[in-house]
Design a protein around this ligand. Structure first.
Ligand code: D5M
Ligand code: FE
Ligand code: ZN
Length: 569
């Protein structure tokens, strides 16, 4: 029945706060009361987005016999007796129960398994073009320097099924949200969206050994001892005395979590907490507060590295059409990948290449930021993609996967569907190119690559101490621990309120490939390759303002399991 009640409010386009929900549930005939409330208040109404406990209280008052029913503007301030243990009043709707949201689609929607049409690539023994002294730089990132997130160690996880060395060959599209039905972002989608996020991540947190049979926030009132909760972060701020106060919410209410600044390592964990992530909290209850002793992420287990006898190449942010696109360097790159350029070692690497992934900002686009047109050599989006097709069309014998970025054509809100064919007709004609969404997960001869352009890096760089565009490897680790590619809602990353949250990292990848910041980075973390592929665009006026110094034409190649950076500038 409660599901029906929530749905009624969803249809009436109003969000329910927790107190309102509790009050409605308490009514003798809650469903009937719901109907009369919706009717009585004349919902949907433009001036009522959120139905609060006070409004319900007022409605109850007004409907008492003998009292006028004219006051339904919700501005009553009658005290509410049922408020959950929270310092501040609740503004968000309770997360819908698992039953009230549509069943999420199964994880792999488009399981296209295709044979690799190319098979082994012939090693070119031809070594004529050696015009530039370009060096192959063996990656000097020390694998031993990888750091484990404090809250997640290998053995704090209940064993989960990890896919073993995959037998599959060719390209397997493991997750692509392009062909899902898209919604128009109404309120009901918003509620379902956060419900989907919460439930997916709660399921992961429920498997953590450190969280022992978590309680709902409503149940906390009756517990004097240690409490365990799983909540979505509503807000995180510093108190006057510089402790951290994290407000979390679940389906039953909100709670305030205090992290004492003298608990140094926990405080450090708390500094990385962001709005809208889903978090496990262990602590003790002190009045209306939870004093945290542990903050727990959904986490990523250490994975076994898979063997690979081939290479994959990572590109992003080519920005074709911009006057700062480095065409000469890109031509050298094309020659290299075709086996016609570079020294012996480089050509040997080229001969291993089977896949090329391009993680967004293929073209520079039109009108992406003010006065961008002054920096364009191709001022027509169709022509930009024609030029991209001409360049990528020169690449032989390599399978290419292209995903969109914030400069590409099509929907901007994430998950971004694949670049539409209507803009990139010539690219679509190339037989060796596949288009998938941002984000998407592809299996390349059994190596699972999670591709994400990286827009959420802007939000992390802006809000989290110690994170910046220069160290996206640190942000990528955090995304893996939070198991979400863009947890912060309502900042720079436009997120579509789908009924299902496709930004949750449901399966641990072998490689996480990102771009967007135009700065290369590489780290291995718990067996996962974290790679940011830089750019082929030199510094723009916009980047000068933000003091972003790009690493141009430095291409990461995962060569038989080892990362190499090839320089083409
Ligand atoms: O992003 C190019 C670079 O500019 C990259 O380093 C991220 C940075 N960037 C992009 N948008 C913003 C905003 N809004 N604030 C701060 N930094 C930003 P590109 O996507 O290629 O334009
Ligand atoms: Fe870019
Ligand atoms: Zn970008």
């Amino acid at each position: 029945m409660y599901e029906t009640i929530i749905n009624k409010f969803v249809e009436a386009e109003v969000l329910l706060d927790d107190t309102a929900y509790q009050k409605i549930k308490k009514q003798e005939n809650a469903l009937k009361f719901t109907e009369s409330l919706i009717h009585g208040l004349g919902l949907p109404r433009e001036d009522i987005m959120i139905l609060t406990g006070e409004m319900v209280e007022q409605y109850l008052e007004d409907s008492k016999p003998g009292i006028g029913k004219d006051n339904s503007n919700g501005e009553s301030s009658s005290p509410h007796e049922n408020s959950p243990p929270s310092e501040s009043s609740i503004q968000a709707a309770p997360i819908p129960s698992a039953e009230s949201i549509p069943e999420p689609d199964s994880f792999s929607t488009d399981n296209i398994l295709e044979p690799d049409p190319f098979g082994a690539i012939e090693t070119s023994t031809d070594s004529q073009a050696t015009e530039t002294d370009n060096t192959t730089e063996t990656d000097n990132t020390n694998h031993a320097t990888e750091t484990d997130n404090i809250t997640t160690t290998t053995d704090d996880y209940e064993p989960i099924h990890q896919s073993k060395l995959s037998e599959s060959h060719g390209i397997e599209i493991i997750k692509d949200s392009s062909r899902k039905s898209y919604t128009n972002g109404e309120i009901k989608d918003f509620t379902a969206y956060f419900g989907s996020r919460y439930h997916k991540l709660r399921d992961m947190l429920n498997r953590k050994k450190d969280l022992k049979s978590p309680q709902s926030i409503q149940e906390l009132e009756n517990i004097q001892d240690v409490v365990n909760v799983i909540g979505m972060v509503n807000n995180v701020r510093n108190t006057k005395n510089n402790h951290k106060l994290i407000e979390v919410e679940d389906e039953t209410g909100t709670a305030s979590v205090l992290v004492h600044n003298e608990n140094h390592s926990l405080f450090e964990d708390a500094e990385r907490v962001v709005k809208d992530e889903v978090l496990g909290v262990v602590g003790t209850r002190k009045g209306s507060l939870i004093m945290a002793s542990q903050l727990i992420n959904p986490g990523t287990p250490r994975i076994d590295e898979k063997e690979m006898d081939f290479s994959m190449v990572f590109l992003s942010d080519t920005h074709i059409g911009s006057s700062t696109f480095q065409g000469d360097a890109f031509n050298r790159f094309i020659k290299w990948i075709n086996g016609e350029f570079g020294d012996e070692e480089q050509q040997e690497i080229a001969s291993n290449v089977r896949y090329l992934i391009v993680a967004g900002d293929i073209v520079d686009g039109i009108g992406v930021y003010p006065h961008q047109d002054k920096e364009l050599t191709i001022k027509d989006i169709y022509k930009q993609y024609e030029e991209a097709a001409r360049l990528f069309g020169e690449i032989d014998d390599v399978q290419i996967i292209i995903t969109p970025g914030n400069h590409d054509a099509g929907r901007l809100a994430e998950p971004q569907p694949a670049i539409p064919e209507e803009y990139a007709g010539d690219l679509y004609k190339l037989k060796n190119v596949k288009f998938t969404s941002n984000p998407s997960m592809v299996g390349l001869d059994g190596i699972n690559v999670l591709i994400y352009h990286g827009r959420s890096f802007d939000d992390f760089a802006m809000t989290v101490k110690g994170m910046s565009h220069q160290n996206t490897d640190i942000i990528m680790k955090e995304l893996l621990e939070k198991r979400h590619l863009a947890p912060i809602y309502g900042e720079r990353t436009p997120l579509a309120s789908e009924v299902e949250d496709h930004m949750v990292i449901e399966e641990v990848p072998d490689v996480l490939h990102t771009g967007h910041v135009h700065i290369n980075s590489y780290k291995k973390y718990k067996g996962i390759h974290l790679v940011n592929s830089g750019t082929f665009q030199s510094q723009t006026e916009f980047q000068k303002i933000y003091n972003i110094v790009p690493t141009v034409a430095q291409v990461p190649v995962l060569n038989q399991g080892t990362m190499k950076i090839l320089k083409f500038n």
